[in-house]
Design a protein around this ligand. Structure first.
Ligand code: AMP
Ligand code: ZN
Length: 110
């Protein structure tokens, strides 16, 4: 998708080291970490919001099936927080669905 920063990262047009990559997703470090460790799991297909559409559900499902297998490697073994911001009120800045993984320290309650 044109003008989507995450599509550009996925396409390699914007450099961002990939901590994990497969045919469905990439995992990168968030450029402005909100916790000691802050990663983004980004499906390779462009869609902004969670959806009941089967293909999009599948893309999200694949991310959630993979995340637990990456936890130790990412240093999140002591626990972590999963966040998906949705739309304006949810504070979503990038309109390409992504899953935040936050940890590496005791996170504050919200
Ligand atoms: P959200 O507010 O849920 O849309 O989250 C977007 C996240 O993308 C923010 O936490 C940003 O810090 C992060 N971000 C924006 N640009 C980049 C980039 N080039 N590389 C890594 N993370 C980025
Ligand atoms: Zn995109």
């Amino acid at each position: 998708m044109e003008n989507c920063i995450f599509c550009k990262i996925i396409a390699g047009e914007i450099p961002s080291p990939r901590l994990y990559e497969d045919e469905n997703m990439i995992v990168i470090r968030d450029i402005e970490p909100k916790a000691k460790l802050h990663y983004l799991c980004i499906p390779k297909t462009h869609f902004p919001l969670l959806s009941a559409d089967e293909e999009k559900v599948e893309a999200v499902k694949r991310c959630f099936a993979k995340i637990p297998t990456l936890v130790e490697t990412l240093g999140l073994g002591d626990g972590y927080r999963v966040v998906i911001n949705q739309g304006e009120n949810g504070g979503q800045a990038v309109a390409h669905l992504h899953i935040h993984l936050l940890g590496g320290e005791k996170l504050k309650d919200f």
